[in-house]
Write a protein that binds this ligand. Structure first.
Ligand code: PLP
Length: 297
């Protein structure tokens, strides 16, 4: 009898598994749902572990029920037992217990391409982490990370300084590197275009400090309130591109371009800050992100 050959799916290719460990925003704009969409848009297989069930929509965050260290471990361990995970991204990590457990999981499972988004507070002003947990995030996860991705308010809170110009950004980045973070991406989106010395009206800049190099990523400034989830999506985009083997500069540039396009396509949903559209990565539209590289030490 003729031996039956194994049926091959002609479309099958190596799928990179990306894991997000983050909060659930049931309205879908931020947190794990945004991360899953982003991983999928970049052709990765999305896995997700929930750290907190938040109650929110585009107008604000109304509460949260956090997971325990045990339940986070219970979700993450089986994924690593079964899959080769190419990158891990963390988002909302609300308690010290959860953070310490993730640090243990990171060491045990040798997290690679570990992107830490130090989520502190929602746009609407809801604290997504307590002070004790933030300290533990700095001490335990910064040294294990490949890159951290604070926005300006997060960078100010972590570095304990006001940031008003590019010199301050550099100082805050150095401080965060001295806390153990190898690579620091400070996102400039919170500077008001009209008042800022950092963002000119035509440019939205993010600042990557990689070792002793500084790279400034600039794209068009889009005047919009459709910004819900932008931070999660940028960090998830970086994780997906690192999973594909891109270097840090390429990964950040590609993820930023994705976020800009997702803001342009934002579906204008809800009565508050609309989510953006992270559902697909279109080949259309060449990246307009300009990268300016120099040394900063
Ligand atoms: N909710 C969750 C679960 C998040 O992870 C985040 C950000 O990371 C937010 C809310 C805040 O999102 P935004 O500030 O974009 O509203």
């Amino acid at each position: 009898m003729k031996k039956q050959s194994k049926i091959q799916n002609p479309k099958s290719k190596i799928q990179r598994v990306c894991l997000t460990i983050a909060g659930l925003d049931p309205s879908g704009g931020a947190g794990i749902i945004a991360d899953i969409k982003t991983f999928t848009a970049f052709g990765c297989f999305a896995a997700a572990a929930v750290t907190s069930l938040t109650f929110q929509n585009t107008t604000g965050v109304f509460g949260a029920v956090h997971q325990t260290a045990e339940s986070v471990r219970g979700q993450v361990e089986p994924v690593f037992q079964d899959f080769t995970v190419s990158s891990v991204k963390t988002g909302m990590l609300p308690t010290r217990e959860i953070i310490e457990e993730i640090a243990r999981l990171a060491r045990e499972n040798k997290f690679s391409n570990f992107v830490v988004d130090p989520v502190v507070r929602s746009t609407s002003g809801f604290d997504l982490i307590d002070d004790e947990a933030l300290q533990s995030l700095i001490e335990k996860l910064f040294p294990l990370s490949q890159i951290i991705t604070p926005n300006l308010p997060e960078a100010e809170r972590i570095a304990r300084m006001k940031i008003g110009n590019e010199k301050d950004i550099e100082k805050a980045a150095k401080l965060m590197q001295s806390m153990g973070a190898r690579n620091v991406l400070i996102k400039g989106g919170h500077f008001q275009s009209s008042k800022s010395k950092v963002q000119s009206p035509k440019s939205a800049k993010d600042f990557l400090f990689a070792g002793d190099e500084r790279h400034i990523f600039a794209d068009d400034w889009i005047e919009t309130n459709a910004t819900h989830g932008t931070g999660c999506i940028l960090a998830a985009g970086i994780a997906a591109n690192l999973a594909h083997g891109k270097n840090l500069i390429e990964a950040v540039g590609t993820a930023k371009n994705f976020v800009t396009k997702a803001i342009r396509r934002a579906p204008d949903l809800g009565r508050g800050h609309s989510p953006i559209d992270a559902s697909h990565e279109s080949a259309a539209g060449k990246s307009r992100v300009k990268i300016d590289r120099n040394f900063f030490f």
